[in-house]
Design a protein around this ligand. Structure first.
Ligand code: ATR
Length: 271
């Protein structure tokens, strides 16, 4: 049986094994998928051992995505832009292909599940760390009129502009520069909500019908950011569970050559 796994630390609460098992049953693929606790120090050895013992593919999560990027022998274009790899696939039994399905997973959720169109819209991404870098390329490819990238440390947002300006319109700003502006879609890519904090945002940031999207997700209840969205009158304020499903579906497709359906799965994972 073909073997797959998610590597990360901590990994005990990962939903990925349940998601991939569901995909495998739905598409009638014979495969196993497990969660393995791997930290940065043992990453190299763990990857080698996993592929030696019949492994065909690995998902990598915090704190291993940059190491997976370095480990890959070949990279997809979106992985190259994002500087991180969340999916490794064994090619011809020897080489490792690295992809990043986070951004396309977000786009699938926004466009296919939530029915949003990005084209011509004003988008605000909060945060300029690893999570932001994984989604900016695919967002720009969907042709927003402008993607504003706001970060506490402005220089990091400016560095991101240098990476992505060839793909589309991107404007690095500080949080203070957001006063008086309005957006159709606000995406929280800061790690603030993991510690229950909110970036310092002005009021009236949301245009009529705006959507708020938190890349982080909560197994129960709302995140601080999705609560903020509701308070600010967003038409829709959701967390990143749909993106988690989307990135998993695209990884599964890369490995097995069949795209699973994610409809209804959110409700199964969070009844
Ligand atoms: P990740 O991989 O989750 O993106 P990261 O690369 O460490 O983690 O980036 C964290 C991001 O969240 C950064 O953009 C950080 O802002 P700085 O670059 O100024 O550090 C942002 N962040 C974290 N806590 C924050 C807070 N309380 N308010 C605003 N931004 C915050």
């Amino acid at each position: 049986m073909d073997r797959y796994a998610v590597f990360g630390f901590p990994i005990g609460h990962s939903l990925s094994p349940m998601i991939h098992q569901h995909f495998a049953e739905q598409t009638q693929q014979s495969m196993s998928y497990e969660a393995i606790e791997v930290n940065a120090d043992t990453f190299e050895t763990n990857v080698t051992d996993f592929f030696k013992s019949g492994g065909k593919g690995i998902n990598c999560t915090v704190p291993l995505k940059e190491l997976a990027f370095k480990k890959a022998d070949e990279l997809s274009q979106r992985a190259r832009f994002s500087g991180a790899v969340n999916t490794l696939k064994l090619l011809e039994g020897v080489r490792l292909y690295g992809d990043n399905t986070d951004g396309i997973g977000l786009l699938s959720d926004l466009q296919d599940n939530l029915g949003l169109s990005i084209k011509g819209k004003r988008i605000l991404v909060l945060g300029a760390g690893g999570a932001a870098r994984g989604i900016i390329g695919p967002l720009l490819e969907a042709k927003p009129s402008m993607l504003w990238l706001a970060n506490r440390t402005l220089s990091k947002a400016q560095a991101m502009e240098a990476v992505f300006a060839s793909i589309g319109n991107i404007k690095p700003v500080s949080f203070e520069q957001l006063y008086g502006e309005q957006f159709d879609l606000v995406i929280n890519a800061t790690s603030a909500s993991l510690s229950g904090a909110m970036p310092p945002l002005p009021r009236k940031l949301l245009a009529q019908g705006a959507v708020c999207y938190d890349l982080a997700y909560s197994k129960e209840g709302a995140t601080v950011f999705t609560k903020w969205g509701v308070e600010q009158g967003a038409a829709l304020s959701v967390d990143g569970l749909g993106m988690l499903l989307g990135q998993a579906a695209h990884a599964f497709n890369l490995w097995r050559g069949v795209m699973p359906d994610t409809i209804g799965l959110k409700e199964k994972l969070r009844p």
